[in-house]
Design a protein around this ligand. Structure first.
Ligand code: SF4
Length: 148
């Protein structure tokens, strides 16, 4: 489910929602998992989508016992090159296509298609919560691979 991405929530509100400290929410950002927008005064603002995604992250940590690096690896498996119209030649120079330890939005040498993009608005980031159900996510991958 794709949720709206107006960025209305402060870090204080989000940390209260999840009963964690603001440092925990900042850590998810530092580790490259979430992409809050910044207000004009530089404060972090979170969308409904971010909140749904943080909820998934909390589940992956508390129920599935993944650490942050493990979640990053799962995010790296999102096939962004299939969700964006990348050409074959763009793929050959794109770190997101070649590496499997970081989500595409953490990589600087991304394809020319992405250099000007606001990742927090991108379909790839907005699909991040798909990895929240690991079995479904892997099943989807297998289905995609076997249909090629
Ligand atoms: S715009 Fe950002 S999130 Fe979207 S595919 Fe490019 S790097 Fe990834």
């Amino acid at each position: 489910m794709i949720l709206p991405f107006e960025h209305n929530y402060t870090i204080g509100v989000v940390s209260q929602m999840f009963q964690v400290t603001p440092e925990t929410i900042r850590l998810y950002e530092k580790e490259g998992l979430i992409l809050p927008k910044r207000s004009e005064s530089g404060q972090r603002r979170y969308s409904e989508l971010d909140i749904a995604w943080i909820s998934c992250i909390r589940k992956l940590i508390t129920e599935d016992k993944l650490n942050l690096a493990g979640i990053r690896h799962l995010l790296a498996l999102i096939p962004c090159w299939e969700m964006k119209p990348c050409t074959e030649s763009e793929r050959t120079t794109c770190a997101a296509y070649q590496q499997n330890d970081q989500p595409c939005w953490n990589l600087k040498q991304i394809s020319t298609l992405c250099q000007e993009a606001e990742c927090y608005q991108c379909i790839v980031y907005r699909s991040a919560q798909r990895v929240g159900n690991i079995k479904d996510f892997i099943a989807l991958h297998i289905k995609n691979i076997s249909s090629k």
